[in-house]
Write a protein that binds this ligand. Sequence first.
Ligand SMILES: NC(=O)c1ccc[n+]([C@@H]2O[C@H](COP(=O)([O-])OP(=O)(O)OC[C@H]3O[C@@H](n4cnc5c(N)ncnc54)[C@H](O)[C@@H]3O)[C@@H](O)[C@H]2O)c1
Length: 440
Amino acid sequence: MPTRRHFLQSAAAALPLSAAQTTRSANDRIQIATIGLGGMGTGDTQSSLANGAKLVAVADIYQGRLTRARESFGNDVAITRDYREVLARKDVDAVIISTPDHWHARIATEAMQAGKDVYVEKPMVQKLDDGLPLAEVAKATGRILQVGSQRVSSVVYKKAQMLLESGAIGELNMVEAWWDRNSAIGAWQYSIPTDATPENIDWDRFIGAAPKRAFEPTRLFRWRNYQDYGTGVAGDLFVHLFSGMHFITGAIGPERVYATGGLRYWKDGRDVPDVMLGVYDYPSRGKMPAFNLALRVNFVNGAGETSGFRFVGSEGIMTVDNGVTVSKQPRESEPGYTVDQFPKAVQDQYLKEYYAKYPRQNPTADAMRPANQEKYLPPPGYSDHMDHHRNFLEAVRSRKPVTEDALFGIRAAGPALLSNMSIFNKRPYNWNPEAVKIAG
Ligand SMILES: NC(=O)c1ccc[n+]([C@@H]2O[C@H](COP(=O)([O-])OP(=O)(O)OC[C@H]3O[C@@H](n4cnc5c(N)ncnc54)[C@H](O)[C@@H]3O)[C@@H](O)[C@H]2O)c1
């Protein structure tokens, strides 16, 4: 593994001086800061630390999260309500951005311009138009940008990719994926802290570029429920399904997007659907034939939480959930017939011709065809999230590409955000996945 000095030198070679100067610290550990230390920011920080990084600072607009930062990670951690103070620190090599979605693009842009490598949570951007410019900033500044859909680093998804590539289910023709839930927390009704006061929250910095609003803690602590800050079920959950599916198939996006659904049950003031269906046409690409994708999220699934993928192929079905299962039931070797409603004479003639072509045979053991199911499971305790952070930190050292760069990120976020546009504008959209733009 290269030394810190080595990685800083090679990083410096690719950077303007001001940016290179900021990636500096006294020891060989990568020093990180987390911006937005809620549920996922805490998980991201823990995975990063477990991979050897050191946390030096945390920014969050709610004082309670800053108090919690020191309870969880020690009193040496610098804390601030203003993320720009984190970006100005010279001892921060990389930042984790785990704020609500409407801040991702802006903070990621400013972070890279300040010379920081970036791990930004999914969806990479809240607004479609912010995707390509963010990829441009990553390119122009030479900074590493990893998007936080951890499935692309998963050994389970790698196994699925290898099985599909090896022809385990024949030729792919469609993919179904779903994420169903049936609980208040599953439907984003997160707890509102008892100290959610204007004194403890920098409300204006939460709102950012979203429409101005009077103080209303529910909108902060349940931000996913509002289009102003989140991206609905599509940006929250479809995007994981797109990322995983793109990784497994090598696809880069659909040509056509249509989504429908509605708010069926969780009528708590939210302005996004709790049941959503999307259908997508994927063009052929390389060895992969054209196929169709159907996605579903249902927060009112009376039977509880399930999530998974079915890759349907000409020779079998591959299911991906906590592992990969390949199921096969070969087609019959003869086509069979449906002649009962033909006139008797026609039936007789048909069957005579049929059995001339497919002579009657007594069943034999040798003629039995295998119908089988093979399941592949990751080792116990396996965490794709750990692998995703390891991949990021290795890239910070080596300056080699990450598994989920900005282009991958926008190719997953793009069709998810288009699904929202489709449901709200009640129309399908054509998409150019190569150019990452709405088409026609
Ligand atoms: N990869 C995954 O599996 C996964 C899972 C959950 C969430 N996420 C993503 O992580 C992000 C955060 O989600 P969450 O569930 O942790 O939300 P959360 O509400 O628990 O945490 C968000 C935090 O950001 C803070 N914040 C808001 N505006 C800020 C600002 N301008 N500057 C600094 N801090 C700010 C909030 O106070 C809060 O502490 C979202 O983009 C979400 O889509 C990813």
